[in-house]
Design a protein around this ligand. Sequence first.
Ligand SMILES: Cc1cc2nc3c(=O)[nH]c(=O)nc-3n(C[C@H](O)[C@H](O)[C@H](O)COP(=O)(O)OP(=O)(O)OC[C@H]3O[C@@H](n4cnc5c(N)ncnc54)[C@H](O)[C@@H]3O)c2cc1C
Length: 407
Amino acid sequence: MEVAVIGAGAAGLMAAYAAAKNGNKVTIFEKNEKSGKKIYITGKGRCNVTHDCAPDEFLQNVVNNHKFLTGAIYNFTPEDTVDFFESEGLRLKTERGARIFPASDKASDVTKCLEKACKKYNVIFKFNEKVLRINTLNSTMSGIITEKGEFCFNKVIVCTGGLSYPSTGSDGDGYIFAKSAGHNIVSPMPGLCGLDLRGDFYKALQGLTLKNVKLSVFFEEKKLREFFGEVLFTHFGISGPSVLSASSLINRLDLAKVRLSVDLKPALGDEQLNARLLRDFESNKNKSIFNCLKELLPVSMISEVLARSGIAEEKKVNTVTRNERQRLLTTVKNFDMLVLALRGFNEAIITSGGVDVKQINPKTMESKLVNGLYFCGEVLDVDAFTGGFNLQIAFSTGYAAGISIKD
Ligand SMILES: Cc1cc2nc3c(=O)[nH]c(=O)nc-3n(C[C@H](O)[C@H](O)[C@H](O)COP(=O)(O)OP(=O)(O)OC[C@H]3O[C@@H](n4cnc5c(N)ncnc54)[C@H](O)[C@@H]3O)c2cc1C
């Protein structure tokens, strides 16, 4: 069978490899001059290639459409990804948080390895060749039109990615192909991105990283989830690992109804924090409350915490009332922030939304509307938290499509 793969990213390379290994003649069309431009920047250039976990745990880290992904992840698991790379000669290592990287710390080695595996099965690479259109006839794939000509293909695997970091080549062409074949597109939104905040208090905190804090995400005052880790204040609002995860949870919601709340001292319960405040007050009786709090909080946060608690910075510790202490405690445990907007696709690690999975066969990634048309990777409406999950989704869906195509 002649197969066209559109896009030589993680999903496209894996789909091409699996289809070629299965005995098909595979041509991969890539508009860039080389494969894997996005892979190159993953994991800060080190590529967090997958996550060391069982499929069940994996699926808990999928934000949208984990049920759709269940079959693909069980059929090509994170362990299979590790076996694939190691058997193709790329040594991997597992780091803190079960994140798996190439032992060389070079993302480019991941692309080289995928390309080598494709070439072993004679995959033809067509670089600098943008696909402009897909052609269908009687609800069956008939071919593609590229910048260089028109080609007949009865099997076409679309692996064009989403909209994030468009400079890497993924700029939404896959949605156009999908729409032309009658598919619904779930509105693409930036995911795993920083958040613009309301107000301007964050400007005074710019550059501050809060470590080991708890970030709770509320929608209409219902807690959706909490994340432990770092929150980083920036010139626009907040970022950092917990915030990226939170952004993926809220990107389809009405942001005006979202509240984020940081517990600045998650290791201390209310009573323990109260006791700690009383101890600090006792040993700093004659100091200002601002100076007294320097041991408890980062200095740049104290003014904002005191303002929110309704306590003057210069107030002497021995005049702080019980009520004021209670308000201070409440602010430290619930430092609330309101979200103005998501940062844009230029900064988003992932696109949430895309080709509606209701119209895709979850076993094969084939369109339920057009025979011989497949969608894999980020172009689909699937996304996950950070930790190697998104590349694994690209590998598992690419593999599912490739391996399903046989004469
Ligand atoms: C900064 C950053 C860091 C990341 N780090 C990690 C990480 O460490 N671990 C992890 O799991 N995930 C990470 N991700 C997410 C991960 O990179 C993506 O989810 C994954 O690469 C998606 O793979 P894909 O093959 O679906 O799409 P892409 O990698 O976007 O590939 C799509 C390809 O299709 C090509 N293309 C598009 N349109 C056409 C067309 N019309 N004709 C021909 N070719 C076309 C593009 O040029 C591109 O090469 C990161 C993302 C970013 C932005």
